[in-house]
Design a protein around this ligand. Structure first.
Ligand code: SF4
Length: 211
């Protein structure tokens, strides 16, 4: 797809989902980082239901670093994969407390060195906490849409992101991070895509195959 066409596609999705935004609740960059780690293999809705209880008990990186691991596992339990998530969040909190004076670092490189933080999580934190988008967080929705529309043939999130970054101008990174997720949740639904009512069907390779 040519760059001009990609821009039209993005503009159309922006018009379709005018209210698209991050759906995780947070009040500080650290809370967001914890919420994004918890959101792996879990819905944002469940994370939002769980984090108020967690943050009432543990608010600062030091409190996360100091809490008993079993107690933390119990708090995180509703979000699934709780043992691994508790281990990573505790280790990340310790580093943020000791190395960064309780402030979440503001570069992709530093973020991605934290336990449990990959490119996707780092991208979300850079965008939502620091309003400084560095790329596109490729989650399950973004992956599906990029493949179906024909923006990438890759299956690995990092390769998909690299394909997207080649054709999407930087000023659209913020929008794309939101609108692909909303399109995936509302229209290009995994099991039952609503192609008839899709605002970008004319750009979609999958739709062209089915017509
Ligand atoms: S036309 Fe269908 S498959 Fe293509 S992006 Fe729209 S909903 Fe998804």
């Amino acid at each position: 797809m040519k760059k001009e066409e990609v821009i039209k596609l993005v503009e159309t999705l922006k018009d379709t989902y005018k209210d698209a935004k991050c759906s995780l609740d947070f009040t500080t960059p650290f809370e967001l980082l914890v919420a994004v780690i918890l959101s792996a293999q879990c819905t944002d809705e469940r994370v939002n239901k769980t984090t108020p209880t967690i943050f009432a008990k543990c608010a600062t990186p030091k409190q996360f670093a100091d809490i008993d691991i079993k107690e933390l596992e119990e708090l995180l339990h509703p979000c699934g994969f709780y043992k691994n998530k508790a281990k990573n969040i505790k280790a990340t909190a310790k580093i943020i407390h000791e190395k960064y004076n309780d402030e979440v670092p503001q570069t992709m490189e530093e973020l991605m060195k934290l336990p449990g933080v990959g490119r996707k999580t780092a991208n979300v934190v850079m965008l939502e906490a620091f309003d400084n988008p560095q790329g596109i967080a490729v989650d399950t929705h973004c992956k599906r849409i990029a493949n179906k529309i024909g923006l990438s043939k890759e299956s690995e999130p990092e390769k998909i992101e690299m394909d997207l970054l080649k054709i999407i101008p930087k000023e659209y990174y913020k929008d794309v991070n939101h609108i692909f997720i909303w399109h995936g949740r509302n229209t290009c639904i995994a099991r039952n895509p609503k192609c008839e009512q899709c605002s970008v069907k004319k750009y979609c390779k999958e739709n062209a195959k089915n017509e």
